[in-house]
Design a protein around this ligand. Structure first.
Ligand code: PEP
Ligand code: MN
Length: 338
């Protein structure tokens, strides 16, 4: 930990900071004593640098605190650590194959799910996506079919040989959703719902952790760390766009996050170009760009009739568009892996 003291910090403040650090279990050393005073503090114990920093910030003369090293004990990429492969019912994300997850934003009816599942399976998708519990900005809009929707997904998955990923929003529903899903999706709005993260950390079902719409990479990785700390290390990160000033696209898809995460974590990374752009005309190009950037997989919204979709029709592609995109994705994947 590097503690930066304000320029004019007198001796007494410096020594009381050193004392405070010692109380917290840190040994410190004064690094620069001209314009600013920097204290380099180290510990050999199990002290948590975040808690220490929190307490040191209370001192009025402490200007800034830098936490050195990586606080991601479990999800961080330590030297010699192999990249993780996440096993979704026999489909491996993070291996040599690109894994495409596709399906409607929202489960609307049995026919809709069956029709979509058949089409995406035929085109080469391995995992069926679809929301049975939907996070809605308005409390009056469709909230999803709930358990009935989970049943349709599971049935469609069985019939067409697809694994199922679906969102869980509520701690009380985790057990139920685990009975139907091969992978639990944590949505952008819940990335910092720490009780939910702890709860999915307790189960053995893999988790697709979406990036919070205003989350920094560090916050996202710490959210993953919550799940891993609970004992569930089967985590896949999903970049789905962040809020920016531009409203031309629904979100700004941060593809630089993909290679950046490669150097920070051993977890696989997938990209959702559908929420990422909000526009179906951009889904194909951004899917290919995501694969070129090194994504291990994609999460794509496909609807048999996007114009009639209850949710996210504007960003959904139809089965024909999906089928023509798939071989292009394989070509990009082969090109960058060769
Ligand atoms: C979705 O995948 O349909 C969805 C609601 O995603 P997000 O949480 O990224 O908005
Ligand atoms: Mn959606």
């Amino acid at each position: 930990v590097i503690v930066v003291l304000s320029g004019s910090a007198p001796e007494a403040q410096i020594s009381s900071t050193i004392q405070r650090l010692a109380d917290l279990g840190y040994q410190s050393e004064i690094l620069v004593s001209s314009e600013k005073t920097l204290l380099s503090a180290t510990t050999t114990g199990e002290q948590d640098d975040y808690s220490a920093a929190e307490q040191l910030r209370a001192l009025a003369w402490v200007e800034d605190i830098h936490i050195e090293g990586r606080p991601f004990k479990l999800v961080g990429l330590a030297p010699g650590r192999m990249r993780s492969k996440v096993n979704v019912g026999g489909v491996y994300i993070g291996g040599s194959d690109l894994v495409v997850m596709a399906g409607p934003c929202t489960v609307e009816s049995e026919e809709q799910v069956m029709e979509t599942a058949r089409a995406v399976a035929r085109a080469g998708a391995k995992i069926l996506r679809g929301g049975a519990y939907k996070p809605s900005t308005s409390p009056y809009s469709f909230q999803g079919l709930g358990e009935e929707g989970l049943e349709f997904l599971k049935e469609a998955g069985c019939r067409y040989g697809l694994k199922v990923v679906t969102e869980v929003m509520d701690v009380r529903k985790v057990e139920l959703v685990c009975q139907y899903a091969d992978m639990l999706q944590i949505g952008t709005r819940n990335m910092q719902n720490y009780d939910l993260l702890k709860e999915v950390g307790q189960c053995r079902t893999p988790v697709l952790l979406k990036r919070g719409m205003t989350a920094k990479l560090e916050e996202w990785l710490l959210a993953a760390e919550y799940i891993a700390a609970g004992g569930n290390e089967q985590i896949v990160l999903c970049e789905r766009g962040i809020r920016s000033f531009d409203t031309y696209t629904r979100n700004t898809l941060d593809l630089a996050a993909v290679p950046a995460l490669r150097s920070l974590t051993h977890l696989p990374v997938v990209v959702d170009p559908s929420q990422g752009t909000g526009r179906r005309d951009l889904v194909s190009a951004m899917s290919k760009a995501a694969v070129a950037a090194g994504a291990d997989g994609l999460l794509i919204e496909v609807h048999p009739h996007p114009d009639r979709a209850l949710k996210d029709g504007a960003q959904s592609i139809n089965p024909e568009e999906f089928a023509s995109l798939m071989p292009q994705l394989q070509a990009v994947s082969a090109a960058i892996r060769s």
